[in-house]
Every structure is written in structure tokens, then in C-alpha cells.
Design a binder for this molecule. Structure first.
Ligand code: FCB
Length: 441
């Protein structure tokens, strides 16, 4: 595909790709079970009935995958560390070797410390509904930092606590499959507390470059009718502000603190921990969300089933291409999101890194993916030109992998994985991204 070159990003911009442990590692027999193992074992939870017991077998094929990263020419690789694996004999040794291999080929390791795979044993003691889980998380983080901190210099605490709360605990679409609806709010708070405690633990271990990967998107009202506008503002609180205001402003959006256990008084002390200064703020961006007043009926959209009775409804965004997942392709949403964040948080917003962006499409000659990434990089550049301090961009994902409740049906990789043979085949987008990176040097 002949396109104009992507405009030049600032010097020192960090280019990478992302994965997560549960989605690629496999080797489930070499770690404790996580909530995802229990969830996928229940019939009907995953669309194609699959599990991640083998996934991309990255645990055994990591050398090949590191070679793919080196060939791509990325500066950095965002992967996640599996807490259940770290709890098992030899678990930290696996990450120790992976970090060495990455360093040997000049790819900077950027681990995420929690990407949704809570040890089942921790869940059985209450999981994220219990405050104690935040303290256990910080202990695990100290152990990891103690072992890897001499070579890992850039850290991510949590991945998308918003999705983990909403999909995993409010709607039951993801593990652990709870349907707590608004009673899931403590799950959000305890993850945020875990994040703050993890920042402290990492700093105590000498780390100086710490961020989080939060998912965000513009929330567009379905119309100018006040009921639609109000519903969209409410959704903006749930998706964007609930997980960002406490980190950057040190308080919850109005009305939320009151809904949490212990009430506002107890929350104050926690908020001081949660608002530990960050070195950078990671944003996972996929698409905007169109939100309207409640319709009183169940809604199916982009892999989500929302029950009737919620104070909002999600609507289709029309007039743009959609990915195989049905997600709308709206690159300008990224510019809007970033410039909007800068207006909202002003000098409280640290430098931003796009920690995930990508799309699911079939096929090796994935021109649709190239068009998606091309469009989003240009949109990102427009945000930079408008004055947003963006320091890096990571494509989701290096490999086709286990896409949670969708199983293996969604292919987000720059590299195709034949899930029967584990053969890796770089797609057209892999060569395209490699050439983009070369041109940026
Ligand atoms: C994000 C997740 C990631 C992947 C992409 C498609 O919400 O962080 O693991 O599933 O979506």
C-alpha cells in the first residue's frame, strides 16, 4: 500500500508492541490457576469454547518471539507478568530469562504487573472485592522488582482496571464472571489502591519510570437531547474519569466516593496513595463510544451484552469502517481524546504513552490493519502537533492470541499464529510497521 510517509515523531519517541501473559504464554501446567482458568473451564463463557492453556505457547517459544521483535525493530516490548506464575516454582526465572533475551537484542522490556489474571487463590479470598488484595499485590510487585529491577527500568502497574471492573465484575462477560453491576465499585477502588501501593513498592525498589495502562475513549452523545447528553456524561465518568481523576487529581468524580465502602472519610487516606505521582500515563485507545439514554432493553454491541436497566445505552457509530470485531474505526477519536485529556487535566497530565492501539482483521495481507494503524499514527501526530506531550506508541498486538471471551476468533497480531501448529507468519502489517519504524530513525 503506497501512502505518504507517517510524519516524524519527536526524538526519543518509544515505539513498541504489546502482549499479555494469559493471552500468549500457555504452559498453564507451570503456574497456579488464575481466575481466567476457572472462567474458561465453565461451558459457554468463551465463544469458541477455547482456553488459554496453550495459547501461543510463548512460554516455550519466547526465543522465536524475541527474534520477531528484533526483526520488527521496536524499541520496546510491553508484556505482562503473570502473578500466578510468579507464585509457582521457577516462575520468576522465566521472566528473568525473557528480560535477558530482550536486553540482548536491544529491545527494552516494559512489563505490566497485572493484566487481569488474578491468582484463583487470591480471588477465593475475596479478590478485588477485598481491600487486602491491594496489599498482597504490592508484596508480589516488590518480589518482581527485586528480581528484575536491575534490568527493567520502565514499569506498568495495571492494565485497564476499567474493563476488568466493568466486564469482569459488573457484567460477567470476562473472568471472574461476576455480575455485581454498580456494586462492583469497590473492585475499581481496590485496583486503584493496588496501583498506588505498587507505585510505592516500585519506587522503594529504585524504579523511576512508572506508568499505568488505562483504556479511554471519547464518549459521544447519541443526539443533542438532554437525556442522551446526560447518559454520555455518565458513561464518560465510568470509562474515563473514574479511573483517571483519582490518579491525576487525587479525588473521585462527584458522587462516586459516597458509593464506596467506608464512605468519603476512609477514602481520603487511600486517595493519597492512589495519587502517587506518575512518570507517564498510558492510554489504550481503540474507538469512541456512542452513548444514549436508556432504552429499557438488553443491548448487544461489539462483543458486549448489556442488561436492560442501566442508566445509559450504547449505540452503533455509523458511517465509518468497522473491524472484524465490529469496532468502529475512528482515528480522529484519538486526537479528540488526547486534546480533551490535556484540556481536562492540564498540567496534572504527565507525558502520555499509547500503550495499546490495534484492530482485529483476518488474513495475512492485512491492508485493513495497515490502514487502521496508519490512520491512528497520523491522528496521534496531530495530537502531538496540538501540544499533547506523547512519548510512545505500542501496537496491540505482536501475535494473534487468546482474545478473552472471544477465544481465538479475533486476530489482532502483526504476526499470524496458526493455533494448531503454532507456526508464526509475519503479516503485511509487520513489514509495514517495520518500515515505518525505520523511517522514524
Ligand atoms: C484490551 C486489552 C487487551 C486486548 C485488547 C484487544 O482491552 O487490554 O488485552 O484484549 O483489548
Amino acid at each position: 500500500m503506497a501512502t505518504n510517509p507517517i510524519p516524524q515523531f519527536p526524538a526519543g519517541f518509544l515505539w513498541g508492541v504489546s502482549t499479555s501473559a494469559h493471552q500468549i504464554e500457555g504452559a498453564a501446567d507451570r503456574r497456579e490457576p488464575s481466575v481466567w482458568d476457572a472462567f474458561t473451564a465453565e461451558p459457554g463463557r468463551v465463544k469458541d469454547g477455547s482456553t488459554a492453556a496453550v495459547a501461543c505457547d510463548h512460554y516455550h517459544r519466547h526465543r522465536e518471539d524475541v527474534t520477531l521483535l528484533a526483526g520488527l525493530g521496536v524499541d520496546a516490548y510491553r508484556f505482562s507478568i503473570s502473578w500466578p506464575r510468579v507464585n509457582s516454582p521457577g516462575g520468576l526465572g522465566f521472566y528473568d530469562r525473557l528480560v535477558d533475551e530482550l536486553c540482548a537484542v536491544g529491545v527494552r522490556p516494559v512489563p505490566t504487573l497485572f493484566h487481569w489474571d488474578l491468582p484463583l487463590a487470591v480471588h477465593e479470598r475475596g479478590g478485588w472485592r477485598e481491600r487486602d488484595t491491594a496489599a498482597r499485590f504490592a508484596e508480589y510487585v516488590s518480589a518482581v522488582a527485586g528480581r528484575l529491577g536491575d534490568r527493567v527500568t520502565k514499569w506498568i502497574t495495571l492494565n485497564e482496571p476499567a474493563e476488568h471492573t466493568l466486564l469482569g465484575h459488573a457484567l460477567g462477560i470476562h473472568a471472574p464472571g461476576e455480575r455485581l453491576l454498580f456494586d462492583a465499585l469497590p473492585v475499581a477502588h481496590h485496583q486503584l489502591l493496588a496501583h498506588g501501593l505498587a507505585v510505592r513498592a516500585l519506587r522503594a525498589a529504585g524504579a523511576a519510570d512508572i506508568g499505568i495502562a488505562n483504556s479511554h475513549g471519547p464518549t459521544w452523545p447519541a443526539s443533542r437531547e438532554p437525556a442522551d447528553v446526560e447518559a454520555a456524561e455518565f458513561y464518560d465518568v465510568l470509562l474515563n474519569r473514574l479511573f483517571c481523576d483519582p490518579l491525576l487529581l487525587g479525588h473521585y468524580p462527584e458522587g462516586i466516593g459516597e458509593l464506596l465502602p467506608g464512605g468519603p472519610a476512609d477514602i481520603e487516606a487511600d486517595l493519597e496513595v492512589i495519587a502517587e505521582p506518575l512518570d507517564w500515563y498510558g492510554i489504550n485507545y481503540y474507538a469512541p463510544v456512542r452513548v444514549g439514554a436508556p432504552t429499557g432493553t438488553e443491548i448487544e454491541l461489539g462483543g458486549l451484552t448489556l442488561p436492560a436497566g442501566l442508566p445509559f445505552s450504547l449505540r452503533q457509530i455509523k458511517g465509518c469502517p468497522v473491524t472484524d470485531f465490529g469496532w468502529p474505526v475512528v482515528p480522529e477519536g484519538l486526537t479528540e481524546l488526547l486534546t480533551g485529556f490535556r484540556r481536562r487535566y492540564a498540567d496534572r497530565l504527565p507525558p502520555v504513552v499509547i500503550t495499546e492501539n490495534g484492530c482485529s482483521y483476518e488474513g495475512l495481507d492485512d491492508q485493513d490493519r495497515i490502514a487502521y494503524l496508519d490512520g491512528h499514527l497520523r491522528a496521534l501526530h496531530r495530537a502531538v502537533a496540538a501540544g499533547v506531550d506523547v512519548r510512545g506508541y505500542f501496537v496491540w498486538s505482536l501475535l494473534d492470541n487468546f482474545e478473552w471471551a472471544e477465544g481465538y476468533a479475533r486476530r489482532f497480531g502483526l504476526v499470524h499464529v496458526d493455533h494448531a501448529t503454532q507456526q508464526r507468519t509475519p503479516k503485511a502489517s509487520y513489514a509495514w510497521f517495520r518500515d515505518v519504524l525505520r523511517a522514524q530513525r
